[in-house]
Design a protein around this ligand. Structure first.
Ligand code: C2E
Ligand code: MG
Ligand code: MG
Length: 629
């Protein structure tokens, strides 16, 4: 009665897929295991479908117990397959983590019931029975469709709600997969005697294979090692659960190497390294993380230094093949991944930073990544997001800290930038200025603060509030821009503010290249700007160089002020009197109490800045404070 002519080629294709899949390296990821279950169960279903069909067609000659059992096993397989295919959707949508456990338990009931019904069928004729006239459907036979359709439809519903976190390609694959599953059930109902359903399921398996499981998708460097996608997924699935150390190996100055040897040769060299690492770490997972970086997961007890020393030895010889001969040197990083609750992105972000360092350092030392490094990287990532958003939306805020003269009157102010997190709490500049400098966005940020300062100055003038000047900080990154004078002067002009009212604070870092500094200061000076040397005492100071600089004021760093407060000496007073004799005004930063105030006045400072007078405050508060003092 059954026609199983489609089953044989289906089984053949399945076999090819199986052999190919198992011959390649695989990662022990959950969806990988589910995929293996899926192909295993489908292969069994096909085999038992064929066997049961042969038995049913020959019911007169085959013993009844055998016909019964083959059919029973086929139905068990049928329910299990429906369930496993649904579990795959559950896993890839991550609904298995998000859904409440009781909902997941309820959703298992149709499957369990199907197994019980199958086991009882030879006795109670529920799904089928076999008598003198052959195979017949039982009263509960339609239940197989109920289970088939309900799991496929549930899967589509899960996809509808949980597809957002999935890559687009994967979610399309999964929709198609479930639609084909539904189509296969409809075909099975319409053509019950033509065993076509397995062919449809095979198509589904191929879709999953191409969409998710294709091992090539996870492999790199002529298939020797896993790639960075695999690395991310592996860490993501095991983060916090794995007891691993990671050894990272990076080819020194990878970009230069690539230029010197060319892309093809370099790739050959890298795949040779990949192969060597596989021999060196035969039982470990090895990944290639782009840019000449390899990542190996080792047991936490591994002696990393010993391993790196041995690896270094191999690097002293060239990497040779018929096509190439490369001389490379390695850098090493290591991180202990046991007991942490960082995400894959956080771990990979820190690794990437340290890899960068190790790839440029010639010392051959091993760079250790501590939990504090990952934490710092995590915070930086967050701060970077707030910073980008503040600069993009021009919401970097202008705060002012008063500068008072020797009589305690506010005569000036320092403009200080503030950004806020999405909850509205202030992030200190110590956290975001270095990030803005390293990304170059300090240019925009500095300009926004400068413009806000000009606009505020204009407002003060209109209100007849007499503030003599405002200091604005200029980062060394900004200071090297050749169009700085033009831009700042244009902004001051736009707000009708005399540039002489804005004093630019630069640090000694900016003064390193003397000839450039001279021309830059000259260009800005011609536009009317004045200069203040900030944070004096923290860097490398050079009196003769200072002599050449047209600073109007030198700001003593708070560390000098605090040091003098603890342990007065003759150095600071002498330094101040020397500067004064050279014509510089002096500002003391970090005045926190009246003793510091008295000390600094005592040694001759002209202006004072510190929490004793006020912390940096928003412009509106600054006006109130100015009117009060
Ligand atoms: P800075 O230019 O030396 O600014 C003085 C810093 O000392 C300010 O820190 C100020 O709040 C702090 N300070 C002043 N008096 C006291 C005191 O009595 N006690 C203590 N503990 N601290 C005091 P803030 O605002 O956190 O800024 C830190 C640094 O960030 C600044 O140091 C400056 O280098 C940089 N920065 C801030 N705003 C900008 C900006 O708009 N552009 C640039 N390029 N750098 C900025
Ligand atoms: Mg400053
Ligand atoms: Mg300072």
């Amino acid at each position: 009665m059954w026609s199983y002519s489609f089953e044989i080629p289906t089984l053949l294709v399945m076999t090819i897929l199986l052999v190919f899949f198992f011959s390649r390296p695989r990662l022990p990821l959950k969806k990988n295991l589910l995929f293996i279950q899926m192909i295993a169960i489908e292969t069994l279903v096909i085999i038992f479908d064929i066997a049961a069909s042969v038995a049913d067609n020959n019911y007169q000659t085959v013993p009844k117990w055998l016909v019964d059992n083959l059919n029973m096993i086929y139905f068990i397989g049928f329910f299990t397959r429906a369930f496993v295919m649904y579990c795959f959707t559950l896993s890839v949508t991550r609904a298995s983590i998000i859904l409440k456990p009781y909902i997941r338990h309820i959703l298992r009931i149709p499957f369990y019931f199907g197994i019980v019904v199958s086991l009882l069928s030879p006795f109670l004729r529920l799904l089928f029975y076999v008598d003198e006239s052959g195979f017949h459907y039982g009263i509960l036979y339609p239940y197989i469709y109920v289970v088939g359709f309900s799991y496929a439809i549930t899967s589509l519903i899960l996809l509808r709600y949980f597809h957002k976190d999935m890559p687009k390609r994967e979610s399309y694959c999964m929709v198609l997969y479930n639609i084909i599953l539904i189509a296969s059930l409809i075909v099975r109902m319409a053509l019950p005697t033509t065993l076509l359903m397995d062919t449809f399921v095979l198509i589904d398996i191929i879709i999953v294979y191409l969409g998710f499981e294709n091992p090539e998708y996870f492999l790199e460097l002529r298939s020797t090692v896993f790639n960075s996608i695999a690395l991310r997924e592996y860490i993501e699935e095991n983060a916090g659960k794995m007891d691993y150390k990671v050894i990272g190996i990076v080819v020194h100055r990878y970009q230069v190497i690539r230029e010197v040897y060319g892309a093809n040769q370099t790739d050959v060299g890298l795949s040779l390294i990949g192969k060597y690492l596989k021999q060196f770490f035969p039982k470990n997972k090895i990944f290639y993380n782009r840019k000449g970086r390899f990542v190996v997961f080792v047991d936490p007890k591994t002696d990393v230094e010993y391993a790196c020393k041995n690896l270094s030895k191999r690097f002293r010889k060239p990497w040779k093949s018929e096509e190439a001969e490369l001389y490379l040197t390695p850098g090493f990083v290591t991180i202990d991944l046991s007991e942490n609750d960082f995400t894959a992105d956080e771990i990979l972000g820190s690794m990437s930073r340290i890899f960068e360092k190790a790839g440029n350092s010639e010392s051959g030392e091993i760079f250790y990544i501590s939990k504090a490094d990952v934490q710092k990287n995590k915070t930086d990532t967050l701060v970077r997001r707030y910073l980008e958003s503040a600069i993009d939306n021009n919401t970097v805020e202008l705060y002012l800290q008063p500068l008072v003269n020797r009589r305690g009157r506010i005569v000036g102010a320092e403009a200080l930038a503030r950004i806020k997190d999405f909850e509205g709490s202030i992030i200190p500049p110590g956290m975001f200025i270095p990030l803005a400098e390293s990304s170059g966005r300090i240019n925009e940020m500095g300009e926004q603060i400068f413009e806000k300062t000009c606009s505020f100055m204009r407002y003060l003038m209109a209100e007849n509030i007499n503030l003599d000047w405002i200091n604005v900080n200029l980062s060394p990154v900004q200071f090297v821009r050749t169009d700085l004078a033009e831009r700042y002067s244009a902004i001051a002009k736009k707000h009708k503010v005399d540039p002489g009212l804005i004093h630019l604070e630069i640090t000694e870092e900016s003064v390193v290249d003397e000839s450039f500094m001279t021309s830059q200061i000259q260009a800005l000076g011609e536009k009317g700007f004045k200069f203040v040397l900030d944070d004096y005492g923290t860097g490398y100071s050079n009196l003769s160089r200072l002599k050449k600089c047209p600073f109007i004021n030198i700001k003593l760093d708070k560390s000098l002020v605090w040091g003098y407060d603890k342990e007065p000496d003759v150095i600071l007073p002498n330094m101040v009197s020397t500067f004064k004799s050279m014509g510089f005004g002096i500002t003391a930063e970090g005045i926190e109490n009246t003793k510091m105030e008295d000390d600094m006045k005592g040694i001759g400072c002209d202006y004072l800045q510190g929490f004793l007078y006020s912390k940096p405050i928003p412009t509106s508060e600054f006006i109130k404070l100015f009117n009060r003092m």
